[in-house]
Design a protein around this ligand. Sequence first.
Ligand SMILES: [Zn+2]
Ligand SMILES: [Zn+2]
Length: 348
Amino acid sequence: MKACVLVAPKTYEVKDIEVPELKDGQVLLRVLTAAICVNDVRDYQGENKFSYPHIGGHEYCAVVEKIGPNVNENLIHVGDHVINYIIDDCGICDDCKHGHENICSEFMNGLNYNNPDGYSGFYGFAEYAVADARDLYVYPKETPSDVASLTEPLACVINSIQRTPIKMGDDVVVLGGGVMGLLHVICAKKQGARVIVSEVNPERAAVARQLGADVTINPMESDVVEQIKDLTNGRGANVVFNTTAIPSVAAQAIEMTAKSGYCNIFSSIHPNKPIEVDAGRLHKAEIYVTGTQNGTKESFRRAIDCISKGIVDLKPVISRTYAPEDIVEALDFAASPESYKVLIEFSK
Ligand SMILES: [Zn+2]
Ligand SMILES: [Zn+2]
């Protein structure tokens, strides 16, 4: 099978490799479309840790090609369109037992990150991938594979949105107008909020407005916390989502949160420099500060429902689709500020 293999930092090879064997409870998936995540770009640039050779691509949709031993064939059939819950949750640790499988303490200890005997990775950047049947979600066949491949990022955003109690008429601030910021805009609008997006790049701000942002502000023009206070009668925003990796922006996110408001640190922070927080204000203003990582099993299901029922339209965040042979070009484009989601199509 064809696979895009990262053999060393900044070195991709498109190779012909063996189709993986199926073990108990597993199915073979033929990948339709894979989306490039910012983490795939970081993987390519050598910023993340895993064993080489590596086959990336955790945002993909696929067709069930073959069913292995001991799979419940009442629920999974050859030809089903599916999404794989890509968090390798152990099911045993305290986090899993408390229903927080998305932050399982073991999820980075499996073969996805370290495989001494073969390829590490999620296999979305290959023609075929193997999945545990219990991790699959079946998609309606009518859903186009380009939007279906965006289930994982939407699931992360739904997990973020549902962490906060957005109410009709609330002011919601989204810091950053990249793909994850735009997905927050789309979802927060569905909850009845006035959505304010802070974005430096005027073209990106215009796209945020097209996708529903009521107001966009430029954080370089003047102090962003003051701009939010001016727009909200001095109260700040009821709910703030930080989708940027910048530590100082995470600090501003907390500062611009209104009394009894919620601030979610959605993005991972790079470099992860500690920030200063006014603990006295958190106390007096009863502010909730939280974070979210990954999608939960439930938010994946909800993302599939939102996409397949047409509740959200993700077509506008898709910039371009590439062939597997052009993965390096695709990654370079994905890293540029002109692009949103960049896809790789493996089969139809
Ligand atoms: Zn991702
Ligand atoms: Zn676990």
